[in-house]
Design a binder for this molecule. Sequence first.
Ligand code: NAD
Ligand code: MG
Length: 394
Amino acid sequence: MSDRIQSVSILGSTGSIGVNTLDVIRRHPERYNVFALTGHSQVELLAQQCREFQPEYVVISEPRHEEVLKALLGGLNTEILSGSSALEMIASHQDVDIVMAAIVGAAGLLPNLAAAKAGKKVLLANKESLVMSGQLFMNTIEDSGATLLPIDSEHNAIYQCLPNGQMSSELGVDKVLLTASGGPFRNFSLESLHNVTPAQAVAHPNWSMGQKISVDSASLMNKGLEFIEACWLFNCDADQVEVVVHPESVIHSMVSYVDGSVLAQMGNPDMRTPIAYGLAWPDRLASGVKPLDLFEVAQLNFEKPDTTRFPCLALAKQSFKDGGCAPAILNAANEIAVAAFLTDKLSFLGISQVVEGTLNGVENHSSESLENILYADKKARDYASSLIQRMNGK
Ligand code: NAD
Ligand code: MG
């Protein structure tokens, strides 16, 4: 255990992961100091977090919010910054030890890369950035000697079940079993999926999360993104990752070994467990999560995923196999489609149609340079937006 207080920057502190991270940090003031907090639109919550944790810096996305934030902070000694380069600065600052990457979507890519390049201990919740830039991100981590710890509960579970967090056939690892809750529509017929609403989609049966990931969980795109995330994080082939639907969300994922052993990591579905694991690694830390009561759980069930009702999972797998910028195109189209669904401009089943149409319509570059990734992201967003307009008869 390090005896020095660790300095933490939280990218996306006002979100679901950000708030849970601060909850864990609040329990351990002797171990962690908050260096920087960042937020997009929830200025009041951001100000409240600053008053409690007194960071050196606070970053708000848009300059127009700076004045309001300043007024809310009063005489507080926290420097207020805005914009994307400020996010990169607080993610790579020499005084920072740990970066919690918890911005949602592609907006997290550049600050996460900055943290990776600066050799930080990177706690990765933002899966979209890894999906977009897999090879580049992993190379950056390796070149700088940064430590990458997965916060996504499934990947955190896999990390805990692998020898030294590594997928190694020499150490007898055979397969990764990636669990999925199945989301709120697990038992819905294809017919009834036509009319589901955003409110139904964000009401996840087991987890309380941000809106975008909740819709992704309902469409199984979340599992598709996580499939790609697992392949990059653990350096495994597509056929070494199997998705297993497990509705109770008590087993967070598993690793199977050549001798027939299957190791599982279990716990209540509460993100403070993987967050505390990442913060404390290689130690352990009390997180505030209720102990698992197996008698209350009583039963664990497993089933195969259905890609006819949930085509997003198959689309994501295929994009990983296609390689190059295909996963970045998939991710961008999905972000646009989910935003349209949440504002009633697209049906739930329209999400996979937009993603598939965009994958077919936007040219894939085989070279995964940052420039190509950002170009593919932009092209895919434009394509998906016009596709949605056409679907709406405009
Ligand atoms: P959320 O919507 O609750 O929070 C997102 C955060 O990102 C907020 O702080 C918001 O201010 C910030 N943000 C949004 N758009 C931004 C932009 N354009 N520029 C800068 N900042 C911006 O999301 P969440 O549920 O906390 O998820 C965050 C990330 O963690 C996602 O990538 C998600 O897939 C991943 N994740 C979340 C959970 C969970 O339980 N919530 C679990 C696993 C992984
Ligand atoms: Mg997950």
